[in-house]
Design a protein around this ligand. Structure first.
Ligand SMILES: [Zn+2]
Length: 276
């Protein structure tokens, strides 16, 4: 990998189950600029070519990629919510940093909220989470924080998760699950129903409260296409109903549709030891 001499501009990418968002970050001006949003289904195969084009066009010094994938030792081992787990990023003219998308969201949340202990959850097509401990991403052996695949019920017949498991949180409150359960897109569903009244929302809050009991974070940050549209007060009330006394994290809904792409913009800076 090429050594980074100076980082003036980075490009950050969010490869999600539905869309690929691309954002430019000007380090000195501390400004983000949206470059493009492309449907994943159609553009995942050629994403390397597309990114190379933007890197050259905007003279970026490094590329950060947040993707809905499980990474272990730099390799993608699983990508249940993408059409393919092969993301071709070879032959990029600049250094490339690949990270799980929820971890990128956690990096963004850390920069925004400034707490050193954060549990960050993204709800979009799937559900992911990232853990900030002592101001740094906690990964365990690589894939820590998979709240979307917590077993949350003993329902029979069991609900099959896209990862191959059963009765996982994603089978209840993710974009794909809500669409299957209610037969319409989440956007349509949210127009007709108060999503906070759904039993699936309570399942979600229970899972988050369990994670809080494990981690005792200073803040819980929520984002993603669905998470960013939740009502902070309703989420807080529901999570706190399932919590014990003594736990008192802030609950923050970060309503920024490019939060993951922005977090990805910061990856090259974190890896080079530079704190923006
Ligand atoms: Zn699962």
């Amino acid at each position: 990998m090429a050594r980074i001499v100076e980082i003036r501009r980075t490009i950050g990418v969010d490869i999600g189950g539905t869309n690929i968002d691309i954002v430019l970050f000007d380090v000195h001006r501390d400004k983000y600029e949206h470059i493009a949003t492309l449907p994943t289904e159609k553009h995942l195969k050629s994403v390397g070519e597309t990114l190379k084009k933007y890197v050259l066009e905007f003279s970026a010094d490094a590329l950060g990629v947040g993707a809905a994938v499980w990474l272990k030792k730099g390799s993608v081992i699983h990508a249940p919510n993408l059409p393919s787990r092969s993301i071709k990023l070879e032959e990029m003219p600049v250094p490339v940093f690949l990270e799980n998308d929820a971890n990128c969201f956690a990096i963004f949340a850390h920069r925004k909220l400034k707490f050193d202990y954060i549990f960050a959850v993204t709800i979009g097509t799937g559900i992911g989470s990232g853990i900030i401990v002592n101001g740094k991403i906690y990964k365990g052996e690589g894939i820590a924080g998979e709240i979307g695949h917590f077993e949350v019920s003993a329902e029979m017949p069991a609900l099959r998760c896209r990862c191959g498991g059963f009765n996982h949180l994603e089978c209840y409150f993710s974009g794909w699950a809500l669409q299957e359960r209610y037969g319409k897109s989440v956007e349509e569903l949210m127009k007709e129903r108060d999503i906070h009244d759904l039993e699936e929302f309570d399942v979600f809050c229970r899972a988050v409260s369990n994670a809080i009991k494990l981690l005792d974070p200073s803040a819980v940050a929520l984002g993603g296409r669905i998470g960013a549209r939740l009502d902070e007060k309703r989420v807080k009330a529901c999570i706190y109903r399932h919590l014990l006394r003594g736990f008192s994290p802030e609950i923050s809904v970060l309503n920024d549709e490019f939060a993951v792409a922005k977090g990805a913009c910061l990856l090259p800076l974190l890896h080079s030891g530079f704190t923006p």
